[in-house]
Design a protein around this ligand. Structure first.
Ligand code: SF4
Ligand code: SF4
Length: 387
C-alpha cells in the first residue's frame, strides 16, 4: 500500500476487495451513498449501504422499447449501462413541497421549508450523466434564477464516476461528445479491470476531496500498463456504441424543417405518455400545485415534474398551445437538440439512450434526426423529374 497521497489527476489502483472501504470512508465523512441497485427487474438508483447492494454479476440488454436484466458470466460490479433512473431525482426531486401557509385571522403566515439536505455521494455516475448534471447546473443555478432546492443539494455533492466498460444498446454518448470517459466534474473516476484472476479499479483523482477519500482506502500507484489497460477498455466502449447521431449543423437542420412530414409520421406512433421526458437526465419541466385542507386553515404549494408531452403543460386560458401530438413531439426534440443550444449554450441531449429504451413504442431520437437529415439529401420526385 502506498502511504503518499495521490494528487489531482494522479491514477492509483484500488483492489476490488477494498471497494467496501470506499463505502466506509464516505459514511465516516457524513455522505449518504446513492448508486445503482436492482429493483423491479431493473437497475435503479437508490441508497446503498454496502458493496453487496450493487448489481454485481448483472448486465442489461437495451434496445428501442426494450430493457432486460441478465446475469453475467463474471462478477463485474459495474458491467451495465444506465437504467430508467437518473441522478436528477436526488438533485431535483420529482415531488417537492415548496412552502406551507397557515391562516392568521384575516391574513396568513408563510412557513418556508427548512428540510435537512443530505450530503449525497453519487457512486457509479457515468460520463454522460456528469454532462447531464452540468447541463442542469446551467438550468438551475443561473445567477439571475437560482433554484434553492437544487443548489443546496448540489453544493455538497461528492461524485464517484465510472468509466464505461461497455456501451448499452441505445447509448450514443460518443456522438454527443459526452463519453464514455469521465473527463471532469468528479472526485474520483474508476475504470473496472477484470481478467486473469485479477479484479481491480484504476482510479483517477479529480479533486482534493478525492485525494482525501483515498487516505483511508488501500491503494497503489497505477503502472503505465494499468493506465493503458484502462484507456483501452474505454476506447473499446467508444467503438461499440449501440446508436449514433450525426450532430453536424443539427440546430439549423431542425429549424429548417419545422414543417417536415416526419413530424406527422412520428406523431402517428407517439403515445404522448411522457416517459421520454421522465427518464431524460436533462429534462427539467415542472408544474406547481396548491392544496388546502378542508378547514381552510392550512395550505401547501408543491412542485412536481411535468412534461411538454402533456396537454396541461401548455394550457392557457382557452386551450392548450400544443394540442397535437405532432406539435408536442416536435417541441420536445427541437428544444432538446436545437433551441436548447440558443438557450443554454449546449445541446440538451447527452446521448444516454434512456428515451429510446423507455419509449413504449421504441421511438428513437437518433432515427428521427437521421430521417429528417436524409430526406434533405435525397432529391425530391419533382427535382428528379426536372433532371
Ligand atoms: S416519444 Fe415515446 S416515450 Fe416519448 S411521449 Fe411519445 S410514446 Fe411516450
Ligand atoms: S434526449 Fe434521450 S438520449 Fe438525449 S439525454 Fe435525454 S434521454 Fe438521453
Amino acid at each position: 500500500m502506498n502511504t503518499t497521497l495521490p494528487k489531482i489527476h494522479d491514477r492509483v489502483v484500488v483492489d476490488r476487495d477494498h471497494l467496501q472501504d470506499l463505502f466506509v470512508t464516505l459514511a465516516n465523512k457524513g455522505y449518504q451513498v446513492v448508486g445503482p441497485t436492482i429493483r423491479d427487474h431493473a437497475i435503479v438508483y437508490d441508497t446503498l449501504t454496502s458493496v453487496a447492494d450493487l448489481p454485481i454479476g448483472y448486465t442489461d440488454e437495451q434496445n428501442g422499447g426494450t430493457y432486460r436484466l441478465k446475469k453475467r458470466a463474471d462478477q463485474a460490479v459495474f458491467g451495465y449501462a444506465v437504467g430508467p433512473h437518473s441522478w436528477k431525482k436526488f438533485l431535483f426531486p420529482p415531488v417537492k413541497r415548496l412552502w406551507q401557509a397557515k391562516r392568521e385571522g384575516n391574513s396568513f403566515e408563510v412557513i418556508p421549508e427548512n428540510d435537512e439536505v443530505p450530503r449525497f455521494a453519487f457512486l457509479g455516475a457515468r460520463s454522460c450523466e456528469l454532462h447531464a448534471i452540468s447541463i442542469q447546473d446551467k438550468v438551475f443555478m443561473r445567477t439571475e434564477y437560482t433554484d434553492p432546492t437544487y443548489q443546496s443539494r448540489r453544493k455538497n455533492l461528492c461524485i464517484i464516476a465510472i468509466n464505461c466498460g461497455q456501451a448499452g444498446g441505445t447509448c450514443f454518448c460518443t456522438s454527443m461528445g459526452t463519453g464514455p470517459k469521465a473527463t471532469s466534474d468528479f472526485d474520483l473516476a474508476l475504470t473496472e479491470v477484470m481478467g486473469n484472476d485479477l479484479h481491480y479499479f484504476v482510479v483517477e483523482v479529480g479533486s482534493q476531496l478525492g485525494t482525501e477519500l483515498l487516505e483511508t482506502i488501500p491503494h497503489r500507484e497505477a503502472s503505465l500498463d494499468d493506465i493503458q489497460l484502462a484507456e483501452d477498455i474505454v476506447a473499446n466502449t467508444a467503438e461499440h456504441m449501440g446508436r449514433s447521431m450525426d450532430t453536424t449543423g443539427i440546430k439549423d437542420l431542425l429549424y429548417r424543417n419545422l414543417d417536415h412530414q416526419r413530424w406527422d409520421d412520428v406523431a402517428s406512433r407517439c403515445l404522448t405518455c411522457s416517459n421520454c421526458t421522465m427518464v431524460c437526465p436533462t429534462c427539467f419541466c415542472t408544474t406547481v400545485e396548491d392544496v388546502t385542507d378542508l378547514t381552510g386553515e392550512h395550505a401547501e404549494r408543491w412542485r412536481k415534474w411535468d412534461s411538454c408531452f402533456t396537454m396541461d403543460f401548455s394550457y392557457i386560458y382557452g386551450g392548450s398551445i400544443r394540442a397535437s401530438t405532432k406539435s408536442r413531439y416536435r417541441q420536445w426534440m427541437t428544444h432538446k437538440l436545437a433551441s436548447w443550444i440558443d438557450q443554454f449554450g449546449t445541446s440538451g441531449c447527452v446521448g444516454c439512450g434512456r428515451c429510446i429504451t423507455w419509449c413504449p413504442v421504441g421511438i428513437d431520437i437518433t432515427e428521427e434526426v437521421r430521417a429528417i437529415r436524409e430526406s434533405e439529401s435525397t432529391p425530391t420526385k419533382a427535382a428528379k423529374e426536372q433532371n
